[in-house]
Design a protein around this ligand. Structure first.
Ligand code: SF4
Length: 334
């Protein structure tokens, strides 16, 4: 069999993909966590980019907004959110009467941190007649100053649905440019933020992987740069990647241009398919350090000690909820 010119790691099998806990330790922790979740009336939510062992223990795995909506709908009074800070904030904003816990307060997000309330105020002053559309990967303060939020799945529908022709899109420039191309009837000014995990990937990296697997289907997240999006067969949100695979029943191999944690869900749903992270090298580029800051020990301790409880000031929560609920009301194909 011909070997590829460079090593392609399997992110499911690779030990670099999980924590350094042994299988026996994981089994004990899983038992403790399940018992504590029941005792504390807690639902465990995990983002698609979390460590496989954390995804495995969760009641629900998905994208940030989908999980926040689930948190509001489920009967449990406590939401244990395995993700990053802005995601736990969104869960709290949509379910203000529930207790929301984030196991590690250091789990932030470079993209969310790329825009502050003050910098958005400055941009709004520069573009006073623009409607502000803010990606959910942002702080509650920034959401509260926005007209409406969007996700990577509904960003084009949200922009299309607005009566204003002029749009200020924040904070992700790559997603904003992708939306601007999809909705040419709008004038979109794009803020200069990005997710470094997606922004660092280049078409040359993806083409290198493709050269080793020429028959592979390329699936890219719209937080990737335009050169990557241009060569992708499918451009979609993490959750939509699961259905994108179904659109290619003949394909056996998929090159995935997003954070490598999603491969756990893809492999679980399609065990007979092969998924290769677009950089061809786990931990080189498509690895979000913030998303890997929660392990099973932290999940157990968060449940046991009720930490770290997420609070959002009432006035900020009210503004952010308005922007989120306005988005939720937009039909997907608007
Ligand atoms: Fe933020 Fe990017 Fe990490 Fe997502 S992958 S949490 S957008 S830094």
């Amino acid at each position: 069999m011909t070997q590829p010119a460079f090593p392609i790691h399997d992110p499911v099998a690779s030990p670099q993909c999980g924590s350094d806990l042994s299988a026996a330790e994981v089994a004990v922790l899983e038992g403790e966590i399940r018992a504590l979740a029941k005792e504390k009336d807690a639902v465990i939510l995990a983002h698609n980019y979390q460590l496989p062992e954390v995804q495995r223990i969760a009641d629900h795995v998905g994208d940030s907004l989908g999980l926040a909506v689930i948190g509001k709908q489920v009967p449990q009074r406590t939401i244990l959110f395995c993700g990053v800070h802005f995601m736990a904030e969104s869960a709290k904003i949509l379910a203000p009467d529930k207790r929301v816990l984030l196991p590690n307060l250091s789990a932030g997000c470079s993209l969310a941190d790329s825009i502050t309330a003050e910098s958005l105020e400055d941009w709004k002053a520069r573009y006073p007649d623009h409607a502000v559309v803010t990606y959910v990967n942002s702080t509650a303060e920034v959401k509260a100053l926005s007209d409406i939020c969007c996700t990577s799945a509904n960003a084009a529908s949200v922009v299309r649905s607005l009566p204003q022709k002029k749009i200020l899109f924040t904070p992700d420039k790559n997603l904003g440019k992708w939306v601007a191309a999809k909705v040419p009837q709008k004038e979109v000014v794009v803020y200069d933020g990005c997710c470094p995990i997606h922004d660092v990937l280049r078409a040359a990296n993806v083409n290198r992987v493709k050269a080793a697997k020429p028959e592979a289907v390329i699936i890219a997240h719209p937080e990737c740069r335009a050169d990557v999006v241009e060569i992708a067969d499918e451009v979609c949100s993490t959750t939509a990647m699961l259905s994108a695979v179904e659109r290619h029943p003949q394909a056996r191999t998929f090159i995935v241009a997003t954070e490598h944690g999603i491969v756990y869900q893809l492999k679980k749903k399609f065990p007979q398919k092969e998924f290769i992270v677009a950089d061809g090298c786990i931990g080189c580029r498509m690895h979000c350090p913030y998303m890997k800051m929660i392990d099973l020990v932290m999940v157990r301790d968060a449940l046991k000690r009720g930490k770290h409880e997420i609070e959002v000031p009432a006035d900020v929560a009210e503004g952010a909820r308005r922007a989120l609920e306005r988005m939720i009301a937009v039909p997907r194909d608007a």
